[in-house]
Design a protein around this ligand. Structure first.
Ligand code: DGY
Length: 326
C-alpha cells in the first residue's frame, strides 16, 4: 500500500505527478488554506504532509496525527513548524535550502534599488496623472553605487546578496552568529562588523536572519536610532525580525530614510501605518517567487517527503534525531 500524503496548498502539476508516483495524494489545488481544525481532520490518517509557511505545524496537531512521519515545508524558513515537537515524536521535518538563494537575493536588491530611487512612489505619481514635466529636484533619491551595504545574516542568501554588491562597487559589512572563515570573507569581499558597527556605518541594512524567539524584534526602536538618518532598512527574511510599529515611527519621524519590506508581523494583516507612508516599498512575501524557483522549491519538498516515506533520508532533513526515532 502506498503511503498517504496531504499537500496543504496548490502546487505545480509536476509536483503532484511526482508525489502520485510514490504516494496516495490528497491535494488542495483550489488553494483554500485549511484552518487548524480542518488541517487536523485531513492530516490525522496521513503518513506525510507537504506544507507551506502558512500552515502551523505544532505539537497539538502532531498529537492527533499518529501516523505522521514527515513534514516537508515548501520554504527554506521553517518557523511555522515546531521542530522540537516533531523530533520528540519522531517526525522528520524538511525545508528547501539552496534552490531559492539567487531569487531571494534578487528580491532583496529589488527592494534596495526601489526604495533608494523611490520607485513605487514615482510610479504612483505617474499613474495618478500628477506628473507635469521634468524638473531638477524631482523625486531625488540616493545612490546605491559606492554606498555601504550591511548584511545581517550571512548564510547562503546573505552571501548571494553580498556578491551582487561588487557590480555596484559597494563596501560590504556583515554580521553573523559565526564569523566566516577568512578565505570566504576574502572571496565575498566582506568585512565582519558588530551589530552596532554595522548599524552605524551602513547606508543599506539588509536583514537575512531566520526568525526564532532569539531574533524576535532583532531590530527595534533602539536599533533604528543607531542607524544613519539617511539609511534604508530592507527586510526580506521574516516578519517579527523587525518591530514593525517601531519601524513605522522611525520612518515617520526621519530616524531612518526609508525601508523596503517583503515580510511583516502578522502578515498578511500588516500594520496599516505602513500604508500611509511614501518612504516604504511594500511587497507581499514574494522573495522566492519566480516560476523556476517556486517549481524547484515544490519539487524539493516533494522529494524530501518521498525520501522519508520510502525509507530513505530526506536530503534536507532539519532534525536528524527524528530519523532514529521514526
Ligand atoms: C522561504 O523559503 O522561507 C520563503 O520565505 C518562502 O517564500
Amino acid at each position: 500500500m502506498k503511503p498517504k500524503i496531504l499537500v496543504t496548498r496548490e502546487v505545480f502539476d509536476e509536483t503532484l505527478a511526482y508525489l502520485a508516483a510514490h504516494c496516495e495524494v490528497e491535494s488542495n489545488q483550489p488553494d483554500q488554506p485549511f484552518d487548524p481544525a480542518a488541517l487536523a481532520q485531513r492530516l490525522k490518517d496521513k503518513d506525510g504532509v507537504v506544507c507551506c509557511l502558512t500552515d502551523r505545524i505544532d505539537d497539538a496537531l502532531l498529537a492527533v496525527c499518529p501516523r505522521l512521519k514527515v513534514v516537508a515545508n515548501i520554504a527554506v524558513g521553517y518557523n511555522n513548524i515546531d521542530v522540537p515537537a516533531c523530533t520528540a515524536r519522531g517526525v522528520m521535518a524538511t525545508n528547501t535550502p539552496g534552490v531559492l538563494d539567487d531569487s531571494t537575493a534578487d528580491l532583496a536588491w529589488t527592494l534596495m534599488l526601489a526604495s533608494a530611487r523611490r520607485l513605487t512612489e514615482a510610479e504612483a505619481y505617474v499613474r495618478a496623472g500628477d506628473w507635469k514635466g521634468w524638473h531638477l529636484k524631482q523625486m531625488l533619491g540616493v545612490d546605491v553605487h559606492h554606498a555601504t551595504l550591511g548584511v545581517i545574516g550571512m548564510g547562503r542568501i546573505g552571501q548571494q546578496i553580498a556578491r551582487r554588491a561588487a557590480g555596484f562597487k559597494m563596501r560590504v559589512l556583515y554580521q553573523n552568529r559565526n564569523r566566516l572563515p577568512a578565505d570566504v570573507e576574502k572571496s565575498l569581499d566582506v568585512e565582519y562588523a558588530t551589530k552596532d558597527q554595522l548599524l552605524a556605518q551602513s547606508d543599506f541594512v539588509v536583514l537575512q536572519v531566520p526568525y526564532s524567539p532569539a531574533t524576535h524584534h532583532y531590530i527595534g526602536a533602539a536599533d533604528l536610532k543607531k542607524m544613519k538618518p539617511t539609511a534604508i532598512l530592507i527586510n526580506s527574511t521574516r516578519g517579527g525580525v523587525v518591530d514593525d510599529a517601531a519601524l513605522i515611527n522611525a520612518l515617520k519621524d526621519g530616524t531612518i530614510r526609508a525601508a523596503g519590506l517583503d515580510v511583516f508581523e502578522n502578515e498578511p494583516k500588516l500594520n496599516p501605518g505602513f500604508l500611509d507612508l511614501k518612504n516604504v516599498v511594500l511587497a507581499p512575501h514574494i522573495g522566492s517567487s519566480t516560476e523556476a524557483t517556486r517549481r524547484a522549491m515544490a519539487m524539493t519538498a516533494a522529494k524530501n517527503a518521498v525520501a522519508a516515506l520510502t525509507g530513505g533520508t530526506p536530503p534536507n532533513l532539519v532534525n536528524p534525531d527524528a530519523r532514529a526515532k521514526s
